[in-house]
Design a protein around this ligand. Structure first.
Ligand SMILES: *Cc1c(COP(=O)(O)O)cnc(C)c1O
Length: 389
């Protein structure tokens, strides 16, 4: 491990503050480090390994496809890509899907689509996208511009122009900003993940939708973190009874392989035409096969289980000594420790065999969606004990 640490430090770009742990194997919601120590995985690779590590069904789907064809480019038809797009549309009512490789790219795609829609419909001065303060939409220069947190912007000027930020849960302010800037679209996360696992109010989400519909501004939802069952619905917007025009998703979609998707509703179905967008790796058959095996299992009974387990964890955490607040929905859980910094709680939990994440001042829990109840409650108990210290 000390060797590995030194090599990593010398040769891997210094952008990540890693925990001093090397993960070598795992099964489901348990992972093992190089010394054989076992951990309950409450982070699932930042909400990516939706059915846990080395999930058998996912692994079969992926390895079977690997033995057939691993990549053909988008010049040819491949079955997993078409099947996954069909599944996504059938399960959401959305009309079309564009596949890419990450959350940032999915957002780039829906931003391009909103700009083209507005330029064609209203004129080229209608290019601005309104996003929310404290949002997170990715690390490319355009999705950084979309991200409503100044500290991500500082060293990378100039960012892509055409983004303005509105305060959370203030519909009148958002309307004024959108109209003043001739907005092409409004992009929100129903629950701000990186921003601290903060859910927007349902009334605000519905008011944004109504305003967008009335003004023919595209209503865009970033489901990169909240999507694919994470909140106990297939997509988080379904908790609020709204229908976006554009949806971006990634993280849990591929179950551990890089895969992003942009979903187009009726209004935007035909906005991107031949040659308007593309991706060499997008729709890769191996990634899509894995994703089909995930999506097929996210049925109503399974999602009800995600909601039930989320409620159990929440009930255990709420009002516990040292826990100031519990936020989020389903198995996307934010825990605000009352007396210790969240990072300190996460480090202490790791030492005790529980891997958690942080998000601003919260301990963030994004376990695999199929985490067994006993492991979930065991991990929550340790988080509680460390919050109480
Ligand atoms: C993680 C995340 C992104 C960026 O996804 P990448 O795959 O890292 O590009 C965008 N939006 C939200 C809400 C995210 O949580």
């Amino acid at each position: 491990m000390s060797d590995l640490k030194a090599i990593d430090k010398q040769y891997v770009a210094n952008t990540y503050a890693r925990f001093p742990v090397e993960i070598v194997s795992g099964q489901g919601s348990l992972v093992c480090d190089e010394t054989g120590k076992e951990y309950i995985d409450m982070g699932s690779g930042i909400g990516v390994t939706a059915f846990g590590i080395a999930d058998e069904t996912w692994r079969q789907a992926v390895t079977e496809q690997l033995g057939k064809v691993q990549h053909m480019s988008n010049l040819y038809y491949t079955e997993p890509c078409a099947k996954l797009a069909q599944l996504l549309c059938q399960k959401t009512g959305m009309k079309k899907v564009f596949f890419c490789n990450s959350g940032a790219e999915a957002n780039e795609c829906i931003i391009k689509a909103a700009r083209k829609y507005a330029a064609e419909k209203k004129g080229p001065e209608h290019f601005t996208i309104v996003t929310l303060e404290n949002s997170f939409h990715g690390r490319t220069l355009t999705t950084l511009a979309a991200t409503g947190q100044a500290h991500y912007h500082e060293l990378f000027q100039p960012l892509t122009p055409g983004f303005v930020h509105a305060p959370v849960d203030d519909i009148e302010a958002l309307k004024a900003i959108a109209l003043e800037h001739k907005a092409a679209g409004v992009l929100i996360e129903c629950i701000q993940g990186e921003g601290g696992v903060n859910a927007l109010s349902g009334d605000f989400i519905r008011a944004v939708e109504a305003f967008c519909k009335a003004e023919d501004i595209l209503f865009m939802v970033d489901e990169v973190q909240t999507g694919n069952g994470r909140t106990g619905r297939l997509y988080a917007y379904q908790n609020f009874g709204v229908e976006p025009d554009l949806v971006s998703t990634a993280k849990g979609l591929g179950g551990g392989l890089p895969l992003g998707a942009a979903l187009f509703g009726e209004k935007a179905e035909f906005v991107l035409g031949s040659g308007d967008h593309g991706s060499t790796f997008g729709g890769n058959p191996v990634c899509c096969s894995g994703a089909v095996s995930i999506l097929e299992r996210l049925d109503e009974a399974f999602l009800a289980e995600v909601r039930r387990k989320g409620k159990l964890a929440r009930a255990s955490l709420e009002g516990a000594p040292g826990v100031e607040a519990v936020t989020g929905l389903g198995l996307m859980i934010g825990v605000k420790p009352a007396n210790r910094p969240a990072g300190e709680v996460v480090t202490a939990c790791m030492e005790r065999g529980v891997l958690c994440l942080t998000a601003k001042d919260k301990v963030r829990l994004l376990p695999a969606l199929n985490i067994p109840e006993d492991l979930l409650l065991m991990a929550v108990e340790i988080v509680k004990e460390e919050c109480a210290k």
